[in-house]
Design a protein around this ligand. Structure first.
Ligand code: OOG
Ligand code: NI
Length: 438
């Protein structure tokens, strides 16, 4: 019997294969990668102390491997199966995002590693949305869309077999892992041939551009892949110089000395040639779905900090959120990872008070990186890529988390519980290392 390939390794191989495929499909993605790599190299050169901090926390090592993508699936079976495929790569669904209030008829989760060691190895994430067909008003069109979706299988037969095999045996061997990566990649591939007629496509577009994007093709093509930059303001400024036109504003918090959460910018979706099946060969058309995005990640906020952020975003005034690591930590606004210093380990500190230990130089606290997404930013990204005319009114519906989890086949994980667990574990390990048993 051959040994299983570690899920982290399968995730890294898949993330690299997806990046190579998307680069070949959308050359502008390659330009973004070069831009981000150049800017990150400049930041590391300019800010040696900052780079040191990133290196100690493991952020620097994962940076060039770090990216997130997004797909939009059409049915509960597609969502449940992709969840099992992501599980093979050590990725779990985290958080529920309701995009309906922003006029986008989907709800979503982010599949990502949850364990700090796995995140350090490769934090590849996929923002995954499920179409809410019930929000199509026209009953005939709704039934037609459902029938189209029911006919397709977004997975190859071999991908389905390997997902089942991994589930049954608890992992994949070397040969299976390679085949799994190649076969699952097919689900994410772009298909320039629509599966519906030009006439059906137009009616779907008229209902909502996003519905047309989900329903009209063989699979849920990856619609963007986002590298992480250390300086999004510099990246935004440099985009036009490289022939890339960014959206006007950066989503998320403003620039700060102490970066928090997530800042994102994107370039508009490409208008791409597609073909529709026609009686006499193919009918030509165009489709806009795929775009480019870059992001800068900052510190994860606690529920209190997050509530302050959400309020600040509404008022466009961020003064209530202190721009100072000590204040963010002492006011319990952000999550931190604690660590004993060599001085602490050599000395014999006799207090378990973390503030006192930090003041004495026995302990340091590093901000924990935000690994998730922001619904308001996601809505902004969706909308800037659907075109102004698609900026539909908010759907007057409740978040349907229970429906989403039923489709998924399991509950989503609570991001706050994950950050809390990491902070708590670091505190316990720090006190133990200092011989301060509590
Ligand atoms: C997903 C948009 C959300 C982000 O970074 O917030 C997203 C989509 O367009 O399918 O990727
Ligand atoms: Ni994104």
């Amino acid at each position: 019997m051959s040994a299983f390939v570690h899920p982290d390794e399968i995730r890294s191989r898949f993330s690299a294969a997806l990046s190579a495929m998307y680069r070949a499909e959308v050359p502008q993605y390659g330009d973004l990668l070069t831009l981000v790599a150049d800017i990150n190299a400049e930041v590391v050169k300019r800010d040696a102390a900052g780079a040191d901090r990133l290196a100690t926390s493991g952020e620097l090592a994962r940076l060039s491997e770090e990216r997130h993508g997004a797909i939009r699936v059409g049915t509960a079976d597609e969502l449940a199966t992709i969840a099992r495929a992501f599980a093979v790569m050590g990725m779990e669904p985290v958080s529920y995002y309701n995009l309906a209030p922003a006029g986008v008829p989907v709800h979503s989760t982010a599949f990502r590693p949850v364990d700090p060691a796995a995140l350090a190895r490769n934090p590849f994430r996929v923002f995954t949305s499920l179409l809410r067909l019930e929000l199509i008003e026209d009953a005939a069109l709704r039934d037609e869309a459902a029938a189209v979706l029911a006919r397709r299988d977004i997975f190859t037969a071999e991908a389905r077999e390997l997902i089942a095999a991994a589930g049954a045996a608890g992992g994949l061997d070397e040969d299976q892992a390679d085949r799994f990566v190649a076969e699952l990649l097919e689900t994410f591939r772009w298909h320039a041939r629509a599966t519906v007629s030009a006439e059906t496509y137009e009616r779907l577009v008229a209902a909502h551009r996003l519905i047309a994007d989900v329903v009209s093709f063989k699979g849920p093509h990856i619609n963007h892949l986002t590298p992480r930059t250390l300086d999004i303001d510099a990246a935004q400024a440099a985009m036009p110089e490289r022939g890339i036109t960014p959206k006007e504003t950066i989503e998320g918090p403003p620039a700060r000395a102490c970066p928090i959460l997530l800042r994102q910018t994107s370039f508009k979706a490409l208008e791409e040639a597609i073909a529709f099946p026609g009686q006499d060969g193919a009918v030509a058309g165009t489709h806009t779905a795929r775009f480019g995005e870059i992001e800068q990640r900052g510190c994860a906020l606690t529920p209190t900090g997050r509530a302050l952020y959400d309020e600040a975003l509404g008022r466009k005034d961020f003064a209530a959120l202190p721009d100072d690591w000590t204040a963010l930590r002492q006011q319990d606004l952000a999550w931190f990872r604690y660590r004993a210093t060599p001085q602490g380990l050599a000395g014999r500190p006799d207090t378990t008070d973390l503030n006192a230990l930090i003041a004495a130089g026995h302990v340091v606290a590093e901000p924990i990186t935000y690994e998730d997404f922001l619904p308001v930013s996601a809505a902004g990204i969706f909308q800037s890529n659907l075109g102004a005319e698609a900026r539909g009114a908010a759907y007057a519906v409740d978040p349907a988390r229970a429906d989403f989890e039923a489709a998924l086949g399991r509950p989503v994980q609570d991001e706050m519980a994950l950050y809390q667990a990491e902070q708590d574990a670091s505190i316990a390990a720090t006190l133990k290392a200092l011989g301060l048993n509590t």
